[in-house]
Design a protein around this ligand. Structure first.
Ligand code: NI
Ligand code: MN
Length: 228
């Protein structure tokens, strides 16, 4: 069964598998690169990688409208429950994994920061290693390059979604090193071209991926689904 992935702009993703719709870091209404609004989306589960506004912004409104479950690090799950009255939350922490109706979710390390928009402590930032319909998807989320990506790569990743924007996360050059540690079949860029500080040339990035790694780059436009 194929999985459908859609870049919603910035670092927001929609994953569809069978009857399940999963959103990652939904940030739509104030996102200059998004082509839809939060109210246009539906979800069963919402994964949140860390506390920054460009990752948490629309998660509560979608969760409350759709009765979706928010999956996040413990401190952020607690914040959604207490500050935004989200009824269904699952708090995890780095290294932990859980089975959910759509597949398996493992929280991976990420090197970043994670304060919530109101100044609350957001715990540690994370990435996600998902197993959905037999496929391994790795969302690095906001992170620097780190050597333990080599260990994450032991999972035999089908698709790695990596930030390339630079400035707040790893940039294109470090993403090439990350790809060589992770050794995924396919690699997809994210967290770029939202604002001037993170503008990147995705075509030249893709050419470098082809030349310097064994992964196949996929560069989707915003709102253009692709299947894996
Ligand atoms: Ni961030
Ligand atoms: Mn970010």
């Amino acid at each position: 069964m194929p999985i459908e992935l859609t870049w919603l702009g910035h670092a927001s993703w929609q994953i569809r598998s069978g009857d399940h719709t999963i959103l990652l870091d939904p940030f739509l209404n104030d996102n200059p690169s998004a082509k839809c609004k939060a109210d246009d989306l539906n979800a069963n589960y919402i994964l949140v990688s860390h506390g920054h506004f460009d990752h948490v912004a629309d998660a509560a409104s979608i969760a409350n409208r759709c009765d979706a479950t928010v999956v996040a690090v413990y401190e952020i799950a607690d914040w959604f429950a207490k500050q935004h009255n989200v009824a269904n939350t699952i708090g995890m922490n780095t290294g932990g994994g859980i089975a959910l109706p759509f597949g398996h979710v493992k929280m991976t390390n990420a090197i970043h920061s994670s304060q919530l928009p109101d100044g609350s402590y957001g715990g540690n930032p994370v990435g996600f290693l998902l197993t959905v319909a037999g496929k391994k998807l790795y969302f690095a989320c906001d992170t620097a390059l780190f050597g333990d990506m080599k260990l994450i790569g032991n999972a035999a990743i089908d698709v790695a979604i990596l930030p390339i924007g630079d400035h707040f996360t790893m940039g294109p050059a470090d993403s090439l090193e990350a790809i060589n540690l992770l050794n995924p079949k396919h690699v997809v860029p994210t967290h770029y071209n939202t604002w001037p500080p993170i503008e990147q040339d995705e075509a030249s990035w893709a050419a470098s991926v082809e030349a310097q790694t064994s992964a196949k780059p996929i560069v989707p436009g915003v709102g253009e689904p692709f299947s894996v």
